[in-house]
Design a protein around this ligand. Structure first.
Ligand code: AMP
Ligand code: ZN
Length: 429
């Protein structure tokens, strides 16, 4: 049933383990140049319970940038064997370094995650995400090998070759980024294959925000079960929180990470069940421990216990990133609200793009929406009707009426890797 006994530890035992590990993490972290300074007035012996974590300061993305490249390491450089980097495209990158033991721990967590959605050593797993510095490549890869699956490092792109490998080697499980999964599903049909006839059964989807509507679409279009997978390079990569077969939120592997949810404005914990910013602490990484990292990802703890028996608390799917919020005419808008509305409409195709532009002195919102071929008819009135319906549906969701531009299937460029959902053209048009 379970891959690791840690998955079902009773809460008091789990919390005791967390407190012990947190104490050790803080002691270890204090041997890095950054935390030696940041925690100089802190006594690790003051940590008695896991809840004492709130006495520790936060670590931010800017802290990591400021310490680039080596400021958070607790070991001599020659003990490190791998480097990954965050996908951020602006400013100084953040690099994460791993010792061999850290890679082993990560692979175990990843294998555990895959096991939780029913993947077994007899499965063949194809990884359709990019390799390179992105942790979704090698992270998933080593986890899959650790579980014992035949693992195909196909990487991103080249749909024809992907399909050939899948058919020739009877691929039963895939790792695929959700925005690519929708595109891929359409391509599979274009290539003349019926998803029902493909050998796959399970897809791991994650690495970028997506809605429940998108998951259902992926499941229907590819004819498989799709499971949400959350992680970030600062916490190793994928394998931080993962759905089980219940598909009702992602279990945080709390023996390896402490998760907190805070009000981003005050830094205080939000009341149980409310949405806030996820803050994460590594409990088992030796080479580069990170304490109370502000992920900027917005989510909430889900109440109650999961029927699967795992005791790790579950987080809801990521509602968006604190940095992604658009403010238009005084209204706060998250791209995921737009996606949710769009993906619930059968006429809407696989891709969309949100554009912010300026008209006179006013900021405006335009949403380009790909329409499925069968709805892209020549009848102007029908298209205008559809455009109005989409605008009205979006207005229900976000309380402002955006311009809606209908575009043909496949006409919005698909970003390699994580999707780009918002373009800010305010200083460009
Ligand atoms: P990176 O470290 O570059 O791989 O990026 C990590 C970020 O990707 C996270 O902080 C999230 O914003 C996003 N992310 C990863 N997995 C998910 C997921 N399952 N749902 C939503 N966003 C995700
Ligand atoms: Zn569960």
């Amino acid at each position: 049933m379970y891959f690791d006994p840690a998955e079902t530890l009773a809460r008091p035992e789990l919390e005791k383990l967390q407190a012990e590990r947190l104490r050790a993490v803080v002691k270890n972290a204090m041997t890095s140049p950054f935390y030696a300074e940041r925690l100089k007035d802190f006594d690790p012996e003051d940590i008695r319970t896991a809840a004492d974590i709130t006495n520790l300061p936060f670590t931010t993305k800017d802290d990591l940038r400021g310490q680039y490249p080596y400021g958070l390491l607790t070991r001599p450089l020659d003990e490190f064997v791998r480097l990954h980097a965050s996908s951020g495209t602006t400013g100084t990158p953040t690099a994460i370094l791993y010792t061999q033991k850290d890679l082993d721990t990560w692979a175990e967590l990843m294998a555990r995650s895959m096991y939780a959605v029913g993947i077994r050593r007899s499965d063949v797993l194809q990884n359709l995400s990019g390799y390179g510095l992105f942790t979704g490549g090698l992270g998933i890869h080593y986890g899959s090998e650790r579980l014992g699956c035949l693992t195909i490092p196909a990487g991103a792109g080249n749909t024809k070759r992907q399909i050939k490998l899948i058919r020739d080697f009877n691929v039963t499980a895939m790792h695929i980024i959700p925005s690519f999964a929708l595109y891929f599903a359409a391509k599979v049909r274009e290539e003349g294959y019926e998803p029902e006839d493909m050998p796959w059964k399970i897809a791991l989807i994650g690495a970028e925000p997506h809605t429940e509507e998108t998951r259902r679409r992926i499941e229907e279009m590819l004819h498989l079960k799709a499971y949400n997978s959350y992680g970030l390079s600062e916490m190793n990569g994928p394998g931080v929180a993962f759905e089980c077969t219940e598909q009702n939120g992602m279990h945080v592997w709390e023996d390896s990470y402490i998760a907190e949810i805070i009000d981003p404005a005050t830094g205080e914990h939000v009341p149980e069940g409310e949405i806030g910013e996820l803050v994460m602490t590594t409990l088992t990484r030796e080479g580069m421990p990170i304490i109370r990292y502000r992920t900027r990802d917005l989510t909430r703890f889900l109440p109650g216990e999961c029927p699967c028996g795992r005791t790790g608390r579950r987080i809801d799917r990521i509602a968006g990133r604190a940095d992604d919020m658009l403010i238009l005419k005084g209204v706060n808008i998250y791209p995921m609200q737009i996606e949710q509305a769009l993906m619930s409409m059968p006429e809407v195709g696989q891709n969309y793009l949100i554009e912010l532009f300026r008209e006179g002195y006013m900021d405006q919102l335009r949403v380009k929406v790909e329409i499925k071929d069968e709805y892209f008819v020549e009848d102007m009135r029908a298209l205008q009707g559809l455009q109005k319906r989409i605008a009205a549906r979006l207005c229900d969701e976000i309380l402002v009426t955006p311009r809606v531009e209908l575009v043909m299937h496949d006409s919005i460029p698909k970003a390699p890797g994580k999707a780009v959902r918002v373009m800010d053209l305010r200083d460009k048009e």
